[in-house]
Design a protein. Structure first.
Length: 278
């Protein structure tokens, strides 16, 4: 017999075994996301849907878990000096603006087509990072301490415009399909804009938190959140993301790039699967 959380006085119909499974899953996803600088809500959401949760409630619960997890990971990355405030400002503001505008134009193109496009781009960037990791010379020691790392940016008007346009484009696509799409922004920071992967991970997670902070308001207002499940998943997700962010500084650059590439391939595959089933 399946025992729901409501049997323990909690206002949730989710069975206990599903809640425990999702709680453990959230920790694992949090560790992985903290390392590579992604909230990875795209990995949590399919499991919520497969276990029978209504799509609006699954989306609302998932984006809140992602936002809270990204918040703790952001604090850890910031403490370890892997967050570039200029990158966050130049990328974050256009990304939020793009997501806002994208929400209004979401009906102009088939959602499945846009999600499929995002999936193809994420898979492509995952392959790019794996190839870059293969070209990277292995080092005997982990990355240098954050205190000795130089973010190495030369902020010209052209560079600011390029970063802002990339962020705006990704924000527009994400807003149109209801996703944060940090999985597109992360490789763009590394391959297009030439930002150190470790700094890209920390900065991207902060931007993901900012976008998620705006995205959950509507779900809460419409009551599309399972709060008991949110509490369980957020608690382990926050702990996992904190731990993962700590591990970023202990990995070699080659290993970090390879892990980022592998994660992007998985996320891209999930996006393509989502596009096909719509």
């Amino acid at each position: 017999m399946t025992v729901p959380l409501s049997a323990f006085g909690l206002p949730s119909p989710v069975p206990l075994w599903e809640a425990l499974f999702l709680t453990v899953l959230s920790y694992g996803v949090g560790v992985l996301g903290g390392i590579v600088g992604l909230a990875l809500g795209t990995m949590r959401l399919p499991f919520l849907l497969l276990l029978g949760m209504p799509a609006p409630v699954a989306a609302g619960t998932n984006i809140l878990v992602s936002t809270l997890s990204a918040a703790t990971g952001s604090v850890r990355h910031f403490r370890d000096r892997r967050v570039d405030p200029w990158v966050v400002a130049v990328q974050g503001i256009p990304a939020v603006a793009g997501a806002f505008i994208g929400g209004f134009v979401s009906g102009w193109a088939p959602e499945a087509l846009l999600i499929g496009l995002a999936g193809v781009l994420v898979v492509w960037q995952g392959v790019e990072l794996l190839l870059r990791a293969r070209r990277e010379r292995p080092k005997e020691s982990p990355v240098a301490s954050p205190a000795t790392q130089s973010h190495g940016h030369h902020w010209t008007l052209g560079r600011i415009a390029a970063e802002a346009l990339v962020a705006l484009a990704i924000g527009l696509l994400g807003g149109a399909v209801g996703l944060i799409l940090g999985s597109l922004r992360l490789p763009a920071l590394i391959t297009i804009l030439g930002i150190d992967p470790r700094v890209a991970a920390g900065s991207n997670l902060v931007i993901g938190f900012l976008m998620g902070a705006f995205g959950w308001v509507g779900h809460v207002a419409r009551g599309q959140v399972d709060y008991p499940l949110l509490a369980l998943m957020a608690l382990t997700g926050m702990g996992g993301t904190w731990q993962g962010a700590r591990l970023t500084g202990k990995m070699s650059l080659r290993g970090l790039l390879a892990l980022m590439g592998a994660v992007l391939l998985i996320v891209g595959g999930l996006l393509l699967w989502d596009a096909i089933r719509r």
